[in-house]
Design a protein around this ligand. Structure first.
Ligand code: NAP
Ligand code: F7E
Length: 385
């Protein structure tokens, strides 16, 4: 018989990849999506099933992590074998603007879900995966970070996720729920939200290359992140839930890179060499040279002249805007996933170079579509942050 999974945050990056993955494994997948004033199911459109079909294995429910009755009712209706709690206000910078909401959705939301499992008598049936985060390590107390590294969160998001982490551990110990935390380091993809650093960079570089954007503004260029591919990380989520015993696992690549280097590597992917000059808010990035063959192959010959102009005029294409600084920053993340490698047999298949290739290819393609529509005089939104 097919297993049934319930995914909160099904419309997000990880929710979309996990849904696809579980459907391929023969699961019946239920997802919770929020009501929005526009369609918000772009990432799952390719697996969406018409509600009028009689036999469906992908079913969406309206819901919200801030609504206990809604969460409890959905868990009761679905009677899931596995619950993946991926829903969250997941943007660290925005959590400083919406701290109470973040605590409610990300922290108490997790409690609501666990309490639903307990109250409905599903403690022995429904396994729970909690989307924990490397943001728990914040002001890092150890390098690299592993399961035993003390937590020191640095944002309302990190603090809310810390509550969610411990309430998951507590419900495991108190009520013997098979509940586990995946302490996932940053993971990205071509469908990453456009306001996270990596996607903001790959999208902006593609647009700059094709002349539809002049400049990329970022915040702190010196932070380090351990970036992996979301496709690898949702495999880890699945493996964690399949273990006989629940436990908490760090999932990371073990390689850390600065934001500045990420920008350079992403640009190099399409043949652009970027150099940085200046310091602090005066630091600026320029195109120093172009690999004409690579650029022409991947972006297009028609845009080469524009790039050469930017080089000769020393046009600055990356700038720092302190609006993107955070009141407290997480400077250095690098994970040690030895426990996951040994116990789960998990290994990432993508390294940073492969991740960047995938993301740049995705965004170059999207910007080509944008340019095509603009040329045809059709409206295309700018979507600036
Ligand atoms: P994401 O793309 O931002 O997706 C978040 C999902 O949660 C979206 O479906 C969003 O719905 C939904 N959501 C937000 N608030 C909600 C609420 N109050 N009620 C119900 N749904 C709500 O995030 P992601 O990158 O896929 O990450 C998945 C989970 O892993 C999150 O919990 C995140 O905090 C955590 N995490 C992510 C990373 C990473 O690097 N990606 C690393 C560690 C942990 P809308 O589509 O309507 O906005
Ligand atoms: O920032 C710096 C920023 O917003 C990465 C979430 O998925 O991963 C994510 O959180 C770094 C930070 O991710 C800009 O200051 C510079 O140092 O892409 P990010 P994050 O904050 O690491 C963790 C693991 C999660 O759990 C979260 O849910 O890049 N940075 N300039 C910038 N960041 C953004 N967003 N935008 C900038 O312009």
């Amino acid at each position: 018989m097919s297993k049934t999974a319930l995914i909160t945050g099904v419309t997000g990056q990880d929710g979309a990849y996990l849904s696809e993955y579980l459907l391929k494994k023969g699961y019946i997948v239920h997802g919770i999506k929020r009501r929005a004033s526009m369609f918000n199911t772009d990432r799952i459109d390719h697996i969406y099933q018409d509600p009028h079909l009689e036999q469906r294995n992908f079913i969406l429910h309206y819901g919200d992590m801030t609504d206990s009755m809604n969460i409890t009712r959905i868990v009761q209706e679905v009677q899931p074998d596995e619950i993946y709690n991926l829903a969250a206000m997941s943007h660290v910078k925005v959590s400083f603007d919406t701290p109470e909401y973040t605590a409610n959705a990300d922290g108490i939301g997790t409690l609501r879900l666990l309490e639903a499992v307990r109250l409905l008598g599903l403690a022995n049936k429904s396994r729970v995966y909690q989307a924990s985060t490397s943001e728990l390590f914040g002001l890092v107390q150890e390098v690299p970070q592993k399961e035993t590294t003390p937590f020191y969160p640095r944002s309302p998001y990190g603090v809310a996720k810390m509550y969610a982490y411990w309430i998951t551990v507590n419900y495991r110990e108190a009520y013997h729920i098979h509940a586990s935390n995946g302490i996932l380091f940053n993971h990205e993809s071509p469908i990453r939200g456009e306001t996270f650093l990596t996607r903001k960079v790959t999208r902006a570089l593609s647009r700059i290359a094709m002349g539809v954007q002049d400049k990329l503004f970022v915040g702190n260029l010196s932070g380090h992140r351990d970036w992996g591919h979301a496709k690898d990380y949702i495999r880890a989520m699945f493996l964690i839930v399949q273990q006989d015993e629940p436990s908490d696992y760090v999932i990371a690549t073990g390689v850390t890179t600065t934001i500045r280097d990420f920008i350079k590597k992403a640009a190099a992917e399409i043949g652009l060499e970027i150099g940085f000059r200046g310091e602090g808010t005066e630091e600026k990035g320029y195109i120093v040279s172009v690999d004409e063959k690579r650029f022409t192959e991947l972006v297009g010959n028609e845009y080469l002249e524009g790039i050469k102009n930017k080089i000769s005029s020393k046009t600055n294409i990356v700038g720092v805007d302190k609006a993107y600084f955070r009141p407290t920053e997480v400077d250095m993340l690098i994970g040690d996933a030895t426990k996951a490698r040994t116990r789960l047999g998990w290994e990432p298949r993508y390294d940073l170079a492969a991740l960047i290739t995938d993301m740049m290819q995705g965004d170059v393609k999207l910007v080509k579509k944008e340019v095509y529509l603009k040329k045809g005089d059709f409206y295309t939104p700018n979507y600036f942050e």
